[in-house]
Unconditional design. Structure first.
Lengths: 413, 413
């Protein structure tokens, strides 16, 4: 079984919205052994949707469609589906109840516009929507499956996770696609190529390798496809183990791991705590640590000392230190980490100070210069980094580096 | 002139990479009055690329292709282009010099693999790549333009900004596409429909309206297309003004504005400062404020008081208050804001405390319950929100609401 994704929406074609839905759906389908052959983004014009539905039906066994199911007038997908499947709109009691409940829960009464959303194609099976008013539609035709869902990401995701995937997984599997991604930090793509070239050249035939560089992190994705899931996993694991022996110092996680998640898991296991003192990252590291559910078990808090006044008043960094060494210096970064660790009664702390840009750089300390320190009760480690001239990427790079250093310090402690 | 985007790459079809390239290119083309008719994401198989090139040539005057130009063996785009345009590979001296310089700058010598990248289709005009080794290719055929570029975002962006767009803009403009997006907060899509339905029904023919709901924010995009740029702008502005009269209290910005940017601009104009005291948002608000370049002019810092101990020790909230009213209460939120404002010597402060989830909810205070306070020297405003049960969205919603309240308070001051 292979799949075709159709994303409907002008906002995608004018570049106002990035198509995260298609990427998410593709990753989910892969987990079910279903390959996505093509993704098409089209406008919400009737003819175009019809043509694309035909093309999709010619090519794939499963067609996922998102967008254009809302209550407003530019939402035409439901009507086009009726045309394509020669179906008629009928009132669905269950959907009407769901919509009514949705509004009631919010202390409001259903509007006429939304009541109309309970009119659904008679040939479709309904996929209920707990987070919104537009239901999803599942059509079976000529041995092929067509599933239409709203374009709102969390509404679509709920439908895919709770209904679509479980139903697809019940069918007999034709193949397995095993992806395993090894996550590295602290080494560039071309240096990695040099280190692991021999290993790459000797990979077994059924294993494919892809390099995926992003900001400060290079992901190595190994993929194997075939009928014997267990064997594929064995082959891939063997190669991952080999890779671990070649570049142990750069690997910090696998697959969907995040640096904040990996550091958090270590802290949780050890029943230890962490806090941050942030200048140039402006709370981004704290934000990432607390994006992890359950982080209250190990995260105490943060002092975001953007102004020097705050570095002095709250973190107790002497004005002389700021004056003589500068706010972006080893002394300041270390003091920030050590001081936050004590103030917030934590086992570990990270202190980050740098010049994110675009302004504030000097010849001696150009934009991108960043000092990062991590501190425990008996050790403080600090490093100087030269990132680039892009503010957004500098904040991400600094956050990644701080979290990687934190992981390193925890593992050493 | 309209355009067709072809994105080539397995990483897009397995969902490991989100197609930000296509969105960015679409937004740039729109600025040049060029509509994107379709975006197709395909694998790097020869036949598929050829078929898609044919389909694109049938539909559009301009075809932008990204991906598959790298030096590794899965990069086949260059060869397929040779087949499609009946072209042959020839060594290009300029490209070879560029690649040699690229390596030299990094203290390395050119490899054989990379030298091969100087072999380019003889029918293509070359687009030089200052950030990487793969040049771009520009083909003219039968009155249509085909442009192939690397998939690395910053390499592609440089080529589009410096070469592709300037060349396209030299051609006579056939049409202008004017987008204007009105940004609202604090009202759901279906209530907006009720409020602005009459206005929407009476929009001039050339103006199209789209509703774009996201987490806590609904964007209203007005689009007009035609030959007379000035007239189109006038028509759109008139409608935006009308909208401002109907829903003034919900509108906070336009187009690419962000809540943090809008609040920041106000503070900068007034030479005033802000800080935050965050519990459930864990630094996310500070992170958003400091994502804006130049925010050091008005942002002092933040106390992220995730643990109650930090609320007590650093923010001076009495344990009795936390005990009797709870950490998620009006009293705590207000105290957080007021205390941070004083400690960080700021004109304004936002205090946020809530239950982000998935755990920590009670019957009385379910997951999603959030108290937000904003405070100035003479006023403290606080509101209780009930968001949902999704941690990620709760953090975004709480951040949006806090920034919107902050804007409100600044405007009232």
């Amino acid at each position: 079984m292979d799949a075709f994704i159709i994303s409907i929406g002008e906002e995608l074609l004018i570049g106002q919205t990035v198509n995260t839905n298609a990427a998410w759906m593709a990753s989910q389908l892969n987990k079910a052994g279903i390959e996505v052959k093509e993704i098409r983004v089209i406008t919400d014009r009737r003819e175009e949707i019809l043509d694309t539905l035909k093309a999709a039906a010619d090519r794939s066994d499963l067609v996922l469609i998102t967008g254009g199911l809302g209550p407003t007038r530019d939402d035409v997908t439901r009507d086009v589906l009726c045309t394509f499947f020669d179906s008629e709109l009928v009132m669905n009691r269950q959907v009407l109840d769901d919509i009514t409940y949705f509004f009631k829960q919010r202390g409001r009464t259903i509007t006429e516009t939304n009541r109309n959303q309970a009119m659904v194609p008679d040939k479709a099976r309904i996929i209920r929507n707990p987070y919104g008013t537009a239901p999803g539609f599942w059509f079976n035709q000529a041995g092929k499956i067509f599933i239409a869902m709203p374009g709102v990401p969390y509404e679509m995701k709920e439908m895919v996770s709770k209904h679509v995937l479980p139903a697809l997984l019940k069918k007999e599997r034709e193949q397995y696609i095993i992806h395993r991604t090894v996550l590295t930090h602290g080494i560039g793509e071309s240096y990695l190529v040099d280190l692991i070239g021999d290993w790459e050249n000797n990979l077994p035939e059924e294993v494919q390798l892809a390099y995926l560089p992003s900001v400060g992190i290079v992901k190595l994705r190994l993929t194997a496809k075939g009928k014997d899931e267990e064997k594929l996993r064995e082959i891939i694991e063997k190669e991952v183990e080999a890779l671990k022996r070649i570049i142990p110092e750069y690997i910090w996680g696998f697959d969907d791991d995040t640096l904040e998640g990996v550091a958090g898991s270590l802290l949780r296991e050890r029943k230890e705590t962490v806090c941050t003192a942030e200048s140039c990252t402006g709370g981004a590291i704290a934000g990432r640590i607390t994006s992890v559910a359950g982080s209250s078990a190990y995260f105490k808090g943060s002092i975001v000392a953007y102004a020097n006044q705050v570095k002095t008043n709250l973190l107790g960094i002497k004005p002389e230190v700021l004056q003589s060494h500068g706010a972006v210096s080893q002394e300041t970064a270390e003091h920030m980490a050590q001081s936050a660790r004590k103030l917030l009664h934590s086992d570990y702390a990270a202190g980050v100070t740098g010049i994110a840009g675009p302004d504030g750089g000097t010849e001696e300390k150009p934009v991108g210069t960043t000092w990062i320190a991590v501190s425990s009760h008996n050790k403080t480690m600090s490093r100087k980094y030269h990132f680039g001239d892009n503010r957004e990427r500098n904040i991400i790079r600094a956050s990644n580096a701080a979290l990687a250093m934190l992981r390193e310090l925890i593992l050493e402690s």
